[in-house]
Design a protein around this ligand. Structure first.
Ligand SMILES: Nc1nc2c(ncn2[C@@H]2O[C@H](COP(=O)(O)OP(=O)(O)OP(=O)(O)O)[C@@H](O)[C@H]2O)c(=O)[nH]1
Ligand SMILES: [Mg+2]
Length: 694
């Protein structure tokens, strides 16, 4: 394989809402560049990017994939990301390691929640963005409406550099505002165009858009603005260099157009990428840390080598494949690097470039390039590998918070270990999945990005690790507390057989502030109880609080006061006071109007306007309280507090309520007392379960 210098590399992230045509556009780009000799189709399962079996059968992307092609002397790395909300979190890693985000927008549907999401990902990584209005061959597609939507959502930095001719089913022309030329395509999927002059009746439109563009470029740079005021316009050279700078500085988001399906627009896009997309070395400094101290590194070959692993996949016949960006320095196979997090050494074996499942071996990668390597022993997604001379560590990626949790248990007994190691491997590959054993709930909890995400992972668990699990709803971590004071004088006495036991604990308990936990104190005076038994009583109280009294949940927000008692010179001992302490606390508790508290979650829902009524109604049915309504971009945003018990599989209901156009975030807020009816149900369930156990 040929080697490419840093300045010859362009790293593109293909981002966007589900089904906007990202994979189709990627395919068209690869085809136009000659990296493949047929234009694959999503609907036939023949694209290079969606090559996994589950992607082929479901007809959408599940995992991001690495591809590359050549345009002129440049190497274009393309990372096609999934847009389906369950998998869009993958894009979070991709915006970190690329130098330009191409956000694909469906020219019929306009801006969607996924569009906003990936724009935010790009913003967080300071990634330059271009918009591609796709599907302009569709009957009801509209460049103008989509552009308007983009400007409403992302502001006036969104500026067209192209506009369509014959949009709709006969879409075949693109006017390039930078050259003021028209590219006319034949609708045959080949992607080549002839250059024509713009017809007279469109000259005015071209002038209008070009003036806007020139003005905007001028405004992005003081020296250009000065020239613009003097001359009334900009030279082509100034316009080009100004545009390039404005893109890199995220002062301008140019809008391109395409029909991925008919392969219209890709050649123009490539020309612009080579000319205007930032190369890795033009992106300034990398920021990382060495032993906690912030350091900066240049993106070039003369720095010491460092890699950032942004994805791990396990592939048939190959094994674990780590996909990385050469952050700094250059990389040759055989090099020893250090995994900075664990301190362990890793030898880089064969390095491959990837085009979907196809792999090409390469000996040497330069700074900024993206490649893959197999069989790293200790390295997972988001790890840094560095030269031992300079152990730089790049920041972790904040993947989106999970929106769904389920509990799993093995179908067959004895499979626990297999499940754990299987889930661990899956979670190492996919950082948007997490799992843990919750000792309070006594369940293994799996957290992910949606129902489908978890379903696919459990399928893989079955296929790869040969273990099957039952899914359950996670138990709710209710809490127990009291509403008034309770008293007890509890005597524990055991005198039949062996050594006797005797203890008497006088105690009262009182409600304490929400969130304060359990406080134990003693106010003993006199000599009725030896102080050595105070810790024993406390132990008993803590044990009662852990076990729960009313319904088997932890006790909280109670102050317990041990104020007096009795003892026996021989039979009083630690264990006797523990038992009496526990008994006294339980008695106090049951006489103090015990209640259950339930966890309340902050819920943020983001939806198009037309679903407001339905979604708000549904939140009320879920016993939720709406705190406020605002906007996020062009979407409505609802903030509410909802009991966790009512949020099970909320993402699934929300998506079905909004035809997949809505999304939500949730996080723990606080505990609150629950309605009597609900409480009685939980207590009854607990009693029923206890009876079954005995
Ligand atoms: N008519 C038309 N159809 C298109 C175009 N681009 C994509 N499609 C179709 O739209 C559907 C979705 O296309 P994909 O390329 O899978 O979209 P995606 O953005 O990769 O989807 P996800 O990976 O699920 O996010 C497929 O049926 C494509 O054939 C286009 O420009 N015109
Ligand atoms: Mg796709």
């Amino acid at each position: 394989m040929k080697e490419y210098l840093t300045s010859e590399i362009r790293n593109l992230a293909i981002l966007g809402h589900a089904s906007s045509g990202k994979t189709s556009l990627t395919e068209a780009l690869l085809y136009t560049a000659g990296a493949t000799n047929r234009l694959g189709r999503i609907d036939d399962g023949t694209t290079i990017s969606d090559y996994n079996e589950d992607e082929i059968s479901r007809k959408f992307s599940i995992s991001s994939s690495l591809l590359f092609c050549e345009w002129g002397k440049n190497k274009i790395n393309i990372l096609d990301t999934p847009g389906y909300l369950d998998f869009i979190g993958e894009a979070k890693a991709i915006t970190r390691v690329t130098d330009l985000g191409l956000i694909v927008v469906n020219g019929q549907a306009g801006v969607e929640v996924g569009t906003e999401l990936v724009f935010n990902f790009a913003e967080a990584d300071n990634l330059p963005v271009w918009f591609i209005i796709n599907m302009l061959d569709k009957e009801h597609a509209s460049f103008e409406n989509t552009l308007k939507g983009l400007q409403e959502s992302f502001g006036k930095k969104v500026v067209p550099v192209q506009f369509p001719i014959n949009q709709g089913i006969e879409f075949d022309g693109i006017v390039n505002l930078l050259t003021a030329k028209l590219a006319r395509f034949t609708i045959n999927g080949k992607g080549n165009a002839t250059e024509e002059t713009v017809p007279d009746n469109l000259q005015q439109k071209v002038s209008k858009y070009r003036e806007q563009l020139i003005e905007f470029i001028a405004e992005s740079d003081d020296s250009l603005l000065e020239k613009f005021f003097e001359e009334g316009t900009l030279t082509d050279e100034d316009m080009k260099s100004g545009l390039k700078k404005a893109i890199a500085a995220r002062k301008l988001f140019p809008v391109f157009i395409a029909s991925a399906h008919n392969n219209i627009g890709t050649s123009l896009l490539f020309d612009s990428i080579v000319e205007y997309a930032p190369s890795p070395d033009s992106r300034g400094f990398l920021i990382g840390t060495i032993k906690g101290q912030e350091v900066k590194k240049k993106i070039n070959d003369s720095e010491s080598t460092s890699l950032f692993i942004f994805k791990t996949v396990s592939e048939k016949h190959i094994g674990e494949l780590s996909i990385f960006r050469v952050m700094s320095g250059s990389l040759k196979s055989g090099l020893d690097l250090i995994n900075v997090k664990s301190g362990k050494s890793e030898r880089i074996g064969q390095i491959y470039l990837a085009n979907g499942k196809e792999k090409h071996e390469v000996a040497h990668l330069h700074a900024g390039d993206i490649g893959t390597v197999v069989k790293l022993k200790y390295t997972h997604t988001t790890d840094t590998l560095s030269d031992s001379k300079s152990l730089i560590l790049y920041p972790k990626i904040d993947f989106p918070e999970p929106v769904i949790q389920i509990a799993v248990e093995p179908k067959s007994r004895g499979d626990e270990d297999k499940i754990n190691s299987g889930l661990q491997t899956l979670a190492d590959e996919d950082p948007t999945l997490s799992f843990h054993y919750d000792p309070e709930l006594k369940q293994t909890i799996l957290s992910g990005q949606g129902e489908l995400h978890l379903a696919i992972l459990l399928e893989r668990l079955k296929q790869k690790f040969n273990v099957d699990v039952n899914q359950q709803s996670p138990r709710i971590p209710y809490r127990e507390t009291i509403k008034k004071r309770g008293d007890s004088k509890f005597r524990h006495k055991k005198q039949s057989g062996g050594a006797g036991q005797f203890a008497e604990v006088w105690m009262y308990i009182e409600p304490a502030e929400r969130g304060s936990g359990v406080e134990f104190t003693n106010t003993l005076v006199g000599q009725n109880v030896d102080r050595v038994f105070v810790p024993s009583v406390e132990k008993g109280v803590k044990a009662a609080c852990e076990e729960g009294i009313l319904a088997g949940y932890r006790v909280t927000d109670v102050k317990a006061v041990f104020y007096d008692g009795k003892m026996h010179p021989v039979d009083s001992k630690d264990i006797a006071f523990q038992i009496a302490g526990k008994g006294a606390f339980k008695e106090c508790f049951m006489s103090a109007e015990p209640i259950l508290l339930e966890p309340i979650y902050d819920l943020t829902v983001i939806i198009p306007d037309e679903y407001m009524g339905d979604v708000m109604g549904d939140i009320s049915v879920r016993r939720g309280k709406i705190l406020g309504v605002g906007t996020e971009g062009s979407f409505q945003k609802i903030n509410a507090k909802v009991p966790l018990a009512e949020l099970y599989r909320y993402s699934t209901s929300l998506r079905s309520m909004t035809q997949g156009k809505g999304m939500h975030r949730q996080s723990f807020s606080h505990y609150e007392s629950m309605p009597r009816e609900q409480q009685e149900k939980v207590v009854a369930e607990y009693k029923h379960q206890r009876e079954e156990e005995h």
